[in-house]
Design a protein around this ligand. Structure first.
Ligand code: BES
Ligand code: MN
Ligand code: ZN
Length: 500
């Protein structure tokens, strides 16, 4: 799909479809008023008749509007002006893209970038249009023998900017939007692939492939023997039950100067989580193919960052393994030694994410990070606590957590903070080892983060639990690509801050 920005009046645009907002009650936007004037009240008559009252998401297609050069006009309800916030703006874009799938136009010119949204500039609006349009056209069809028809709808979207001076800003936003969309789509693909295809080896191959596409990325893959030498007894204890070899992938993106300390992203890469010997119940177990969505988001974010050629250093680390029951699998009660030296009593083999992350988090020290962010589908408890709207964020450094909250708000990929208070640490006491791998029924998301916090003392760290946000269940089952928008925005914000 192609995107463009232009600046001009709607009645002068020669296009297959003009997209114009109407707010409640029955109020034309500026572009609408211009068309209304030239068409001698054509739009206001329609609105007066009650065919379009501006309700959020309502759409109406008009043909042959007098005085215009366009084949059609798509009126879109934008709700009340005072209610126009980020969420509603995205709802508007959503109904536009469905409406466009049902009409014959191959391209369109949108004036929805003219809508006034408090605190959101033209860059933001263009970016949202690009990301929404790209993501509404995402399909995962590669494993179906008969391909569905390609998504109908426009091939090209032109967005209006207020003046010619804004064209540069708009073009930059399009580039950014396309790069982030490509990262999101890569993350969705990896997530949607089944466990028999997307194995730890497959994730490693994809990471190597990324470094072929982007020479700015250097990928290294450690094998089980390497991990053994590094003392990663915790990670390897999860891999023990699987015939697929575990991999520890690191990807270094060099965009900034070599003095600059990197942002390190660590993504949970459990390519299938059966629970291990603490076997999960059967219902919805297929969804545990998504237990590598943290890893996929690291790959997607690096792809976006490299595509944008951001002048910053970012490292991605992915511990990748399956979690399966087997004669050699780790058993409840087993005690293992992590890379950090801490011994862990594994009371439940289904709490495997923290067991692979802890060694990856120790490994992260070698990159001398400025900050470390781990991303993991870590706890079912997170869905109970927060639902499927925000991801959870927990960290040992307030400003880092706040930065993530702020960046998430900007791109509607929100996170909500949970407390990392010392009082919770007691739940991880073990009678036989330094620490247990589960903390009981209460506050499961927090105690999982408490576990990780024992391994992140040497740097600023934040943990994102994406159990509720990485994919949707039900009829539209599929990966969401979250939190790639949040992570890329965080990196962009950080870079802009550094540049002053
Ligand atoms: N991958 C799961 C968490 C999960 C479950 C994410 C369902 C999304 C949906 C994780 O490895 C897990 O099994 N966690 C356990 C931890 C428990 C044993 C302390 C859980 O949440 O039940
Ligand atoms: Mn598990
Ligand atoms: Zn898991």
């Amino acid at each position: 799909m192609e995107f463009n920005v232009k600046s001009g009046n709607p009645e002068k645009q020669r296009t297959a479809c003009l997209i114009i907002g109407v707010s409640q009650p029955r109020k034309l936007s500026r572009a609408g008023r211009l068309i209304d004037k030239i068409s001698e009240g054509f739009l206001s008559t329609i609105i007066r008749r009650g065919d379009m009252d501006g309700k959020l998401g309502q759409t109406l297609v008009l043909h042959n509007v007098p005085g215009t050069l366009s084949d059609r006009l798509l009126l879109v309800g934008c709700g009340k002006d005072k209610d126009l916030n980020e969420t509603n703006y995205l709802k508007i874009l959503d109904s536009v893209s469905s409406a466009l799938e049902n009409i014959g136009a191959m391209e369109a010119y949108s004036y929805l970038t003219d809508l006034n949204l408090k605190g959101r500039d033209i860059h933001w609006k263009v970016l949202q249009n690009v990301m929404q349009m790209n993501s509404s056209r995402y399909q995962f069809e590669q494993l179906k023998s008969s391909k569905k028809e390609p998504v109908k709808g426009i091939r090209k979207l032109v967005m209006n900017v207020p003046s010619r001076r804004d064209l540069g800003i708009g073009e930059a936003a399009i580039k950014q939007g396309n790069a982030i969309s490509a990262g999101v789509s890569l993350t969705k693909d990896l997530g949607n692939l089944p466990g028999n295809i997307c194995t730890p080896t497959y994730l490693a191959e994809q990471s190597v492939r990324l470094s072929k596409t982007f020479p700015t990325i250097v990928t290294e893959v450690l094998e089980e023997e390497d991990m053994k030498k590094l003392g990663m007894g915790s990670l390897l204890s999860v891999a023990a039950g699987s015939r697929q070899p575990a991999k520890l992938i690191s990807m270094e993106y060099h965009g900034g100067d070599s003095q600059q300390k990197p942002v390190v992203l660590v993504g949970k890469g459990v390519t299938f989580d059966s629970g291990g010997i603490s076997l999960k119940p059967g219902a919805s177990m297929d969804e545990m193919k998504y237990d590598m969505c943290g890893a996929a988001s690291v790959i997607g974010t690096l792809s976006a960052v490299a595509e944008m050629q951001l002048p910053i250093n970012v490292v991605g680390i992915i511990p990748a393994t399956e979690n399966l029951p087997d004669g050699l699998a780790t058993k409840p009660g087993d005690i293992v030694t992590s890379m950090s030296g801490l011994t862990i009593e594994i009371l439940n083999t289904d709490a495997e994410g923290r067991l692979i992350l802890c060694d990856a988090l120790s490994y992260a020290e070698k990159f001398d990070p400025d900050v470390v962010i781990d991303i993991a589908t870590l706890t079912g408890a997170c869905i109970i606590a927060l639902g499927r709207n925000p991801s959870a964020v927990i960290g040992n450094h307030g400003p880092l957590v706040n930065d993530l909250i702020g960046s998430g708000k900007k791109v509607q990929d929100k996170v909500w903070e949970l407390p990392l208070w010392d009082e919770y640490q007691d739940q991880l006491k073990s009678n036989f080892a330094d620490i247990a791998n589960i903390g009981g029924r209460e506050a499961g998301t927090i105690t999982a983060a408490c576990f990780l916090s024992r391994f992140t003392k040497k740097y600023k760290w934040a943990h994102l639990d994406i159990a509720g946000t990485a994919w949707v269940s039900g009829d539209n089952k599929g990966a969401t690509g979250r939190p790639v928008p949040l992570l890329t925005q965080y990196i962009i914000d950080r870079m802009e801050e550094m540049q002053g």
